[in-house]
Design a protein around this ligand. Structure first.
Ligand SMILES: Cc1cc2nc3c(=O)[nH]c(=O)nc-3n(C[C@H](O)[C@H](O)[C@H](O)COP(=O)(O)OP(=O)(O)OC[C@H]3O[C@@H](n4cnc5c(N)ncnc54)[C@H](O)[C@@H]3O)c2cc1C
Length: 367
């Protein structure tokens, strides 16, 4: 396809930013429209797995990843009381062959062989956005509606602006209004809320481990805590069951202790370090749908396949969607062919991950 096609991306989260970068690397300058007045990511960190890491190197931001991403060597699991359950060594298990095949990392340092990296979400978003020119990023643009014609699409924003393009990629998250073109489904409440925070390394030195994720899990209440170093700090993700489906809850310390007060004292102590009230976010997900694309409009990232974080694949999948759609745009002659190919490649994979991750209770270890 010619590089001068006009592509509009709706949404400047990890999926939209990755797509803008992937297209730029193929010589296509996409315009990214975000409803918010700034591009930021809240919350703590995420694990980037090999396929997403490979793409980041391909998009020439691997050097930044090495600066801000922490290599993960082991994944340790404990009961909520701190009894050891299991430890997965990523250098000695099945992952090793794949890791040894990595050619771009320093052979003299064993941790440099590790592809899996834990990264603060804000650092990941910055990494994806920094190679993009500001003239292609449009803040304060909330997409209201999209009209599709034979030869073009017209995007209407709530600020009154109207933009025409050859193709629209809607990366506008779990609440995507574009998804309504394909399904009337609503997000499903999982029964869980998540608190995400970053503390200093000093405050977490008794519990966090170098190059390792540390997870505490309560098989009875499904409460879970994930503790991992990020650059200049330690990310702590805590999830707990509650019947309250509000998207955001404001919690006092006693609310939190009623959920995780029975956890290992070293973990509970972390909640002395923060200011109250603190917000928790409800975990919602969606079921897979049969179609994402028309001839000129498609969905990407959470807009297409919002999933539970139990397999740690939401952002990873959005990054891989970005790689797939950029390849499709450069390999096919028409927008319709490219979008269909992208959907055919990605939808079966993300459907399997969505189905697996919605069975999240089975990932809680039984004592
Ligand atoms: C607790 C938790 C832990 C997680 N852990 C992991 C993990 O370890 N690994 C992993 O891979 N994933 C993880 N995820 C999932 C991951 O965060 C998401 O899948 C990913 O961030 C989705 O990115 P996105 O760009 O598709 O959507 P979003 O990040 O939701 O971005 C959508 C953007 O679109 C904008 N927008 C929305 N509507 C409009 C509109 N109409 N017009 C213009 N802009 C609009 C929004 O403002 C937003 O900026 C986790 C999620 C949670 C909640």
């Amino acid at each position: 396809m010619k590089n001068d096609i006009k592509v509009v991306i709706i949404g400047g989260g990890i999926g939209g930013a990755a797509t803008a970068l992937a297209l730029q690397k193929k010589g296509i300058q996409a315009h990214l429209y975000e409803q918010a007045s700034a591009l930021t990511e809240i919350g703590a960190g995420i694990v980037l797995h090999s396929p997403a890491v490979d793409l980041l190197y391909k998009w020439e931001v691997g050097n930044v990843l090495e600066e801000v991403g922490i290599p993960i060597k082991t994944m340790e699991v404990y009961t909520e009381q701190g009894q050891f359950v299991s430890s997965l060594d990523l250098l000695t298990n099945g992952a090793q062959k794949e890791l040894e095949a990595t050619v771009y990392l320093d052979e003299s340092d064993s941790t440099s062989k590790l592809k899996q990296r834990f990264i603060h979400r804000a650092h990941l978003l910055d990494m994806l956005l920094s190679p993009l020119s500001s003239e292609y990023i449009h803040l304060n643009h909330k997409c209201e509606s999209i009209f599709e014609y034979e030869d073009y699409v017209e995007i209407h924003f709530t600020n009154g602006e109207i933009v025409q393009a050859d193709a629209v990629i809607a990366a506008n998250g779990i609440h995507s209004n574009t998804r309504k073109m394909f399904s009337e489904d609503e997000p499903i409440y999982s029964g869980l809320h998540a608190i995400r925070m970053v503390l200093t390394r000093e405050a977490t030195k008794h519990i966090a481990k170098e190059n390792s994720t540390v997870t505490y899990q309560d098989a009875k209440t499904h409460a879970l805590a994930l503790i991992t170093h990020v650059k200049d700090g330690t990310a702590i993700d805590t999830t707990f069951l509650t019947e309250d489906p509000s998207w955001i809850l404001e919690l006092e310390k006693e609310d939190i202790l009623s959920q995780i007060g029975h956890f290992d004292e070293g973990f509970v102590r972390l909640f002395d370090e923060i200011e109250y009230p603190i917000k928790s976010r409800a975990l919602y997900y969606r079921k897979p749908i049969d179609r994402w694309s028309t001839k000129r409009i498609t969905l990407l990232g959470d807009a297409a396949h919002a999933m539970m974080p139990s397999l740690g694949q939401g952002a990873n999948s959005a990054i891989q969607d970005a790689g797939a759609i950029a390849n499709a745009f450069s390999n096919f002659n028409t927008v319709a062919e490219a979008l269909q190919h992208y959907e055919n490649e990605r939808r079966p994979i993300t459907t399997a991950i969505q189905n697996g991750s919605s069975d999240y209770k089975k990932f809680v270890f039984v004592k």
